[in-house]
Ligand binder design. Structure first.
Ligand code: SAM
Ligand code: SF4
Length: 325
């Protein structure tokens, strides 16, 4: 499936809930977000139907996200059913890891291919102030449990923020020296509460890592579905990745679309426009009719984001927890 600019779209991020057990300062307000009624959220069956239609168009990779996907009951059953869909080659998950310890075994059995664990700091006090919850130990238990399943690739994601988790990148990157995990630094994007924080650039992080770990080598090779640049430091088991949507804009290679938990298909992270799929699906439209809606939304995917401007016409007003990252 190609969009109007000839980009191949083969990856969908599906948010399964807008609820979360953490309140990361750059993602969710302290009081949480207005909760969407349960019946407004796509059922697992509906998600599988939409993902199956996307798979027929060549969208073979699915990332489950949220809110926090593990707060939705029985997520493993969705993983299992997606893995059974013809054309879906890969099902992965992004989570804060807090509930992973108790769910990892079922997820691995269901065929989960990879898990990304969001971890902005390894300091318990800082974790509690960034996430507004004292749950670092649970997240680390989740990471430990994930590493028991070598068939499931594990990555750690950190959003570096000026004056918030300063200095933590060296410690976090150190995890990939000792463990077979990739650690990735994701540039802060001006979406929702993210607008109130100043990120740290790839160059700043790399400079700090060089001081601690020596000269890196650029890693050539496929490490995931996204636009990360990966490097490797001497003696490290895993790699260090950078996803720098602003300083190293990669819209020309963008391969993804997003489906919110309310069934809204979003072709670009920064723009609020997109297509409601849930309404037509619940009104009984056929697979062919739904497929046309999806194809049309993909075709009209914007050429690029304009994150260099925080505000603009049609810019997304939702919090990131409503979109899924
Ligand atoms: N709760 C899960 C988690 O934390 O991984 C899944 C949803 S969360 C919205 C997905 C990712 O988006 C997390 O890694 C989070 O750090 C990241 N994120 C949230 N707001 C962001 C922002 N403004 N800029 C960049 N990344 C952001
Ligand atoms: Fe929850 Fe993930 Fe947002 Fe943190 S980043 S508040 S864990 S959805």
């Amino acid at each position: 499936m190609k969009d109007q600019y000839g980009r191949t779209i083969d990856y969908i991020r599906i948010s399964v809930t807008d609820r979360c057990n953490l309140r990361c300062v750059y993602c969710m307000p302290e009081e949480g977000v207005e909760q969407v009624a349960h019946e407004e959220i796509l059922t697992y069956q509906e998600i599988v139907r939409i993902a199956g239609l996307c798979a027929r168009m060549g969208i073979s990779k699915v990332k489950l996200t949220g809110g926090e996907p593990l707060v939705r009951k029985g997520l493993y059953s969705l993983v299992r059913d997606l893995k059974r869909c013809e054309g879906i080659e890969q099902v992965t998950l992004t989570t804060n890891g807090v509930e992973l310890k108790s769910q990892m075994e079922e997820l691995a059995k269901a065929g989960l291919d990879a898990v990304n664990i969001s971890l902005d700091t390894l300091d318990a006090g800082m974790y509690a102030s960034v996430t507004r919850r004292d749950m670092l130990d649970q997240a680390l238990e989740g990471l430990k449990e994930a590493l028991r399943y070598p068939q499931v690739k594990v990555k750690i994601n950190c959003v570096p923020m000026r004056n918030v988790n300063e200095g933590q990148w060296t410690t976090l990157a150190g995890l990939s020296r000792d463990l077979p995990v990739d650690v990735r630094f994701i540039e802060m994007m001006p979406i929702g509460l993210g607008k109130e924080f100043q990120g740290r650039s790839q160059d700043d992080i790399l400079a700090a890592l060089r001081k601690a770990y020596g000269q890196e080598t650029l890693f050539y090779g496929k490490c995931g579905n996204g636009p990360s640049i990966y490097v490797k430091f001497p003696g490290f088991k895993g790699r260090i990745g950078f996803i720098s949507a602003i300083s190293h804009k990669f819209c020309g290679e963008c391969n993804r679309i997003r489906l919110t938990s309310e069934g809204f298909l979003k072709p670009c992270l920064q723009y609020e426009n997109g297509t409601d799929i849930k309404g037509p699906l619940r009104r009984g439209q056929s697979d062919e009719e739904l497929a046309m809606l999806i194809e049309d939304a993909i075709y009209r995917k914007p050429r690029s984001h304009h994150f260099e401007q925080a505000e603009g016409e049609g810019f997304e007003q939702r919090q990131m927890s409503k979109i899924g990252g």
